[in-house]
Write a protein that binds this ligand. Structure first.
Ligand SMILES: Nc1ncnc2c1ncn2[C@@H]1O[C@H](COP(=O)(O)OP(=O)(O)OP(=O)(O)O)[C@@H](O)[C@H]1O
Length: 306
């Protein structure tokens, strides 16, 4: 081939966004269309969760947390963007793929403990159910059920129906059900929302066991500070986007150290400046940016702006 015919070199694409993450949400959009109005529940949300992490999602009511969890659970389909969990593309799934995904890849725990269980089944029977549907052999099912109830501290509930368990026991059994098929990701939507603080601690401890002992990656939506303060990463959602993250250093032996809050920058470089900062300096539509040696300054656009 003569020099004039040489093909241009392939563009040097970096690795895909989130290529090494277990959960990838990239510019995720979910619009609910009702008769008269359109609600943008997710407005270009980016989120990465790595294998083995346990994160809390927090945010005001209506910020989009449940919508995000429903999308990750394969229950709701996003309108646009990209969502991938353990290699499964959630925007491009047939109905059959979706059913398989929900049965084998994710576990889900809801706030209302009674909705997680079946009134006429005992704890042992309800944990057995997803294993039975998955075609697991009876002896293996029995072993897995006993192991899960034991690890989550609810062996004494094995022969009890939900009506004979406390709210905390019901939620721990619900976690056992969600973990039965060894999901890659455990999603929990306000799992301690209906519980007093002591019982909430027990349920949180069960989620931590799911993460540390049983190896599930855990994403928990919570309003409970006692829960969000105990995970290494808390992601705040505001208006359908991730806005800030609090990271807590790992002091080893399960203890968490000092917390530091970060603003989230999306891939286009957009950062949400917290409202208190904007109000304190009266920052409105336009700001001046300046690059310093080790930081970026944001100033008011008014002459002599503070
Ligand atoms: N099925 C639906 N149809 C129409 N709008 C919906 C639907 N589900 C949620 N929304 C709207 O989407 C937005 C996000 O709701 P979402 O339930 O995800 O918020 P949230 O952060 O989980 O709130 P909360 O903490 O109160 O549960 C809200 O404005 C809500 O009214």
């Amino acid at each position: 081939m003569g020099p004039g015919l040489a093909l241009p070199a392939a563009p040097d694409h970096g690795p895909e966004f989130g290529h090494d993450a277990l959960v990838v949400c990239d510019n995720l959009v979910r619009i609910y269309q009702t008769e008269s109005v359109e609600v943008q529940a997710l407005q270009g949300l980016d989120l990465l969760v790595h294998e083995g992490e346990m994160i809390a999602l927090v945010g005001a009511s209506g910020s989009g947390k449940s919508t995000l969890l429903q999308v990750l659970a394969g229950v709701d389909a996003p309108t646009a963007g990209r969502a991938r969990v353990a290699g499964h593309d959630l925007l491009d799934m047939s109905r059959a793929d979706r059913v398989r995904y929900r049965r084998h890849v994710v576990g889900f725990v809801r706030q209302q403990s009674v909705r997680n269980l079946v009134p006429y089944l005992t704890a042992a029977q309800v944990v057995d159910l997803p294993l039975s549907i998955a075609g697991v052999r009876r002896s293996e099912r029995r072993e897995r059920t006993a192991e899960l109830l034991d690890t989550l501290g609810v062996t004494h509930c094995a022969d009890r129906r939900p009506g004979q368990m406390s709210g905390g026991e019901q939620q721990r059994v619900a976690i056992a059900v969600a973990l039965a098929i060894r999901p890659r990701v455990l999603l929990a939507d306000e799992p301690t929302g209906e519980l007093d603080s002591e019982t909430a601690q027990e349920v949180f401890a069960a989620l931590r066991t799911a993460n540390r002992v049983l190896g599930a990656t855990v994403v928990v939506v919570t309003h409970d500070r006692a829960v969000s303060d105990q995970v290494a990463r808390t992601v705040a959602i505001r208006d359908g986007r991730t806005s800030s993250e609090v990271l807590r250093s790992d002091e080893g032996a399960g203890a968490l150290g000092a917390a530091e809050e970060y603003a989230v920058m999306d891939r286009a470089g957009r950062v949400q400046v917290p409202r208190e900062f904007r109000e304190a300096l009266d920052l409105t539509r336009r700001v001046r940016l300046a690059l310093a040696a080790d930081h970026v300054e944001i100033r008011s656009d008014r002459e002599g702006g503070r």
